[in-house]
Design a protein around this ligand. Sequence first.
Ligand SMILES: [Fe+2]
Length: 406
Amino acid sequence: MMTKHRRGVMMLLCLSPLLSGLGCGSSLRPVLATELLGPVVQAPTPDSFSVIWSSVQAAAHAADETRFALRVLDDEGGVVGAFPAECSDGRCLAEADGLAPGVRYRYEVVSTVDGGEVTAILAAGSARTSPPRGNPFEFLAFGDNGPGRESQHALARVMARFSPDLIVHTGDLIFADGALEGYPDRFYEPYAPLLARAAFYMTLGNHDYARDERAPVLDTLILPANGPPDQPAERNYWFDYGDVRFVCIDSNAPSAQVAGSVVPWLEEVLAEAGARWKIVWFHRPIYTHAFHLPAGALRDAVAPVFDRYGVHLVLCGHNHLYERSYPIRAGKPVPEGEGTVYITTGASGQHRYKARPFRPAYMAMQVDSQFSFTVVDVGPDSLCLRQIGERGEVLDEYRLVHAAGP
Ligand SMILES: [Fe+2]
């Protein structure tokens, strides 16, 4: 009997415009690179990274001698290691370990005969292990990319000009209901060049599980399962990369759950962070001035924690425009270095929302006339934020300097 995930992969493959040559009946055949969804880089640490992909052949050949592996290469093409993939119901995962920190490695997804002879290179990409503290890196942030319109695809082509190590998605990945059928043309295809090189993390938006309580994205990605023990896994989590502690919160949870369960966990995660920078992200913005009003109960629960533990930057989506606040502390704008900067970056493809009139005192910048995404360059002493528009122009630039100085 076909399991839930296998059905999902089959549906993805049948619907994908990339896979038009493949029948969706019972005659599963051949190993063709185009039958593969992904690869997607996941979970980089100082000495490892993982790659996931989905494919019909992984499902079809589960019982024969074909095995899949991740082959990691150095700059000159020498093989650093070959790491067997675990495949289940058409999704494969391989983790490369024993690597050096802060190095960008090339990799190939290969099929083999029973783990030995390589029979085909199915896909290739690169990934960077987490760099030692003090080393710079770049990440992208965006959300609300829409139902596969040209606006989404055009912006994705601009994104591909950058070279991030990570992508932090602020939610609403698959409009309108988070359905698995949307993944080929709304996730894998537009972001393919980025997914093959930048580790993808996301927070759940309200659209991500409108149809299914267990959002398909949680079955698609590998997200850290280190959230509050009494909450569903992978909805709240944290990870360190370079000198940043990233913390993801599920802002769809009822406010009583956030206050009673997520906040104590958040305090612990921020208190024990050894990283120089603290960045938190979630879907519903708490300082915003557009179509959706600020999430007031969520703000009451988490903003005091951000103040207490010196969170530098908060990234949200949900409102389909770009917004940047002045540094805020205790609900009020404060001088540079004394508060948290709040960004709304929900303009990456879905219909845009207009900013409301009479900009509040805490709001430094709003752009509602273009689709856009955020590029953050992390350095030892500053975060350099750029909001990039549809034609690659810089719509806003802001340097957040660490209060502790160099
Ligand atoms: Fe939303």
